[in-house]
Design a protein around this ligand. Structure first.
Ligand code: SF4
Length: 422
């Protein structure tokens, strides 16, 4: 670690954060990064010199353990820990991610409307310009290089970089699997398929395209270009998201090739962060159609794999009301297969999503509780159930109470699903 004092700012290069993701109620940094500390703020930059996090250091900041993080989609997320109680039981994390764009959160707090948060973002924009004149002073070349990298990554450049990322993979990722919370949503996206099988009426994240697999050549091109895109900061990733909405339907040929070749190309074995993880979405049909061989092969690759299945409801009338073209028996069979695979495959965790909404019928909730309680003889710690609040819901307090009621009865870990994009 190298610290250097420059006028009234302290620059630290090569900081080493934690080498695995942990659940904590205070800001834990992972991987390698560089830091600039002023009297008011702590700015952290990734190894490309792109701003990653900001934390206020004086009493005006909302809470000493709260921070802002910039995603690779150039969105700011405010990590709130000081405002709400029992967040872990709702989210499986000790913080509430407050997004700078509309999503399905049940909490109304908007830190981006707060003066001190706006001031922090403005301070960071100014910092890049303030650093430029200092580059001419006689400062060590390593510090000069780092500050030069930072000053080149201004607001405009970062926006262009996000456009480049979306261009490589074929568009923005409208939603990440809820399980990506285990790596703080820090995933490299790699598309193996587009579209989905159902085009459900209620869904606000779907694409209009019908399902089709990407060619091997397309996947290999993405891997090559993503490696260049992440550049010097690639070593700070240990997780891959195989997209898009139903990558499991792409079958083993595409999935296996993409996962194995990306693991090699991105050098996950030598990542600064241990425990490589693979995330993908699946559907009832793709889960039921996937044979044992796929799961046996997936269980052998050097990732811990999370597959998130959108089941939405275990009530036939609700499935029809939300325009999900899926028969009830498939929902139940997919759920049973999820339980079975979670017991058999050590390196795979299949999780399921169900809807939460104040206009859904009581039968939806009764059927859900029947499924996640009565079908199990005891509590199981593997195979989380995520309840996804519908955007059309008005009574958020009632939905939080409904969630607690379901969670209390569930024999699987149960959390809320807050939609994040990339
Ligand atoms: S819920 Fe899933 S399957 Fe249905 S339209 Fe949305 S992305 Fe497609």
């Amino acid at each position: 670690m190298n610290a250097f004092q420059l006028n009234n700012i302290e620059v630290t290069l090569d900081k080493k954060g934690a080498n695995r993701y942990t659940k904590a109620s205070y800001p834990v940094r992972n991987g390698r990064f560089c830091e600039i500390k002023t009297a008011e703020y702590l700015f952290e930059y990734n190894l490309n010199g792109e701003i990653k996090t900001i934390r206020g250091l004086n009493s005006n900041w909302p809470h000493p353990a709260e921070w802002l993080k910039r995603t690779d989609a150039n969105d700011w997320v405010f990590y709130s820990v000081g405002r709400y109680h029992r967040l872990f039981s709702f989210l499986g994390e000790y913080y509430l991610p407050c997004l700078s764009y509309p999503s399905n959160s049940l909490w109304e707090y908007n830190p981006f409307g707060e003066f001190n948060v706006q001031k922090a973002l403005a301070a960071r924009s100014r910092l890049e310009a303030d650093l430029r004149p200092m580059l001419t002073n006689g400062i060590p070349s390593r510090v000069k290089d780092f500050l030069g990298r930072i000053s080149r990554h201004d607001l405009y450049t970062l926006r262009l970089k996000t456009e480049k990322l979306h261009q490589i993979i074929g568009g923005p990722v409208s939603v990440l699997p809820p399980d990506t919370r285990h790596v703080d949503y820090e995933v490299i996206p790699l598309m193996v398929a587009d579209g989905c099988l159902y085009h459900c009426g209620f869904c606000c994240v779907k694409s209009r395209r019908s399902f089709h697999r990407r060619s091997e050549a397309n996947i290999r091109r993405q891997i090559r270009e993503l490696k260049t895109f992440y550049g010097a900061n690639l070593g700070n990733y240990n997780a891959l998201f195989l997209g898009n909405h139903d990558a499991l339907a792409a079958e083993w040929d595409s999935l296996g090739m993409a996962a194995v070749e990306a693991y090699e190309a991105f050098d996950f074995e030598r990542s600064h962060i241990k425990n490589p993880a693979l995330f993908l979405f699946g559907s009832a049909d793709s889960l039921l159609n996937a044979g044992d061989k796929l799961f046996e092969a997936l269980n052998q690759i050097p990732f811990h794999t999370y597959i998130n299945i959108g089941l939405e409801s275990a009530d036939a009338v609700t499935l029809s009301q939300i325009n999900k073209p899926l028969e009830l028996n498939k929902v139940k069979d997919a759920f049973q297969k999820m339980l079975d695979l979670n017991r058999r495959c050590l390196n795979i965790e299949i999780t399921a999503n169900f809807l939460l909404g104040d206009r859904l019928a009581p039968e939806h909730y009764a059927a859900l509780i029947e499924l996640i309680r009565s079908c199990l003889n005891r509590f199981y710690s593997k195979g989380a159930i995520y309840l996804s609040p519908l955007n059309s819901s008005r009574n958020r307090a009632a939905l939080l109470r409904r969630f607690v009621e379901i969670k209390t009865k569930s024999r699987l870990p149960t959390y809320l699903y807050l939609i994040q994009r990339l």
